[in-house]
Write a protein that binds this ligand. Structure first.
Ligand code: AMP
Length: 213
């Protein structure tokens, strides 16, 4: 199964991708996580990406396309994978179709996470992420047991630099302008199903599992 979770930042794609990955064994391919890891490792790719990410802008297509193209060739991707945060525009989506085609594969399904901007702003500004395992918490709805410490791996919980209010607004603008056209793109390919992403993570997980069946 090659699955794409599509939706604005903060809609819960990452949380659901991790859950599905644990249940089915398909790896979660998050370009955001790959880029943050490159930044943490101090690579030149990370340095280049950071300037864009800190502004809430998209990193150039060739950077993320290169990352995904290499990643999907790895052995753990042979049974399928979950795309989370890629593609983010039509050019990336077209390139994804081409790269999968070269491997004799295709994208099976796209699930759209639907939620309004005000709800996203509330979610993102309270979001805290583990610097080690990228587990997600929220200051209001999903507090860690110990303040600022990850329940899973005891890593430190940090606020992402792009989860600041002005950057959040810019990221949402980028989503509406550049990523939302993918809804029409995948509807045209008859691969798109939508779900209500405003409900609890467990209710979203149930809807997601139903849409996969
Ligand atoms: P995310 O963790 O998916 O919210 O991504 C964080 C940031 O990484 C985005 O705001 C972009 O700057 C960058 N990024 C992640 N995925 C992509 C992509 N597919 N294309 C371009 N930039 C990306």
């Amino acid at each position: 199964m090659i699955l794409l979770l599509l939706g604005p930042p903060g809609s819960g794609k990452g949380t659901q991708a991790k859950k599905l990955s644990a249940e089915h064994g398909w790896p979660q391919l998050s370009t955001g996580d790959m880029l943050r890891s490159a930044i943490a490792r101090g690579t030149s790719l990370g340095e280049r990406a950071k300037t864009y990410m800190d502004q809430g802008a998209l990193v150039p297509d060739e950077v993320v396309i290169g990352l995904i193209e290499e990643r999907i060739k790895e052995k753990d991707c042979t049974q399928g994978f979950i795309l989370d945060g890629f593609p983010r525009n039509v050019a990336q989506a077209e390139e994804l179709d081409r790269m999968l085609g070269r491997q004799g594969r295709r994208l099976d399904q796209v699930v759209l996470f639907e939620i309004s901007d005000p709800e996203l702003i509330e979610r993102l500004s309270g979001r805290r992420t583990c610097e080690k395992c990228s587990s997600m918490y929220h200051l209001l709805h999903s507090m860690p047991r110990q303040d600022q410490v990850c329940d899973q791996c005891h890593g430190r919980l940090l606020q992402r630099s792009d989860d600041q209010p002005d950057v959040i607004r810019r990221r949402l603008g980028v989503y509406h302008q550049q990523t939302e056209p993918l809804v029409g793109f995948y509807r045209g390919q008859k691969k798109l199903v939508s779900l209500d992403a405003r409900v609890s993570p467990s209710a979203v997980a149930e809807a997601l599992n139903q849409s996969l069946n």
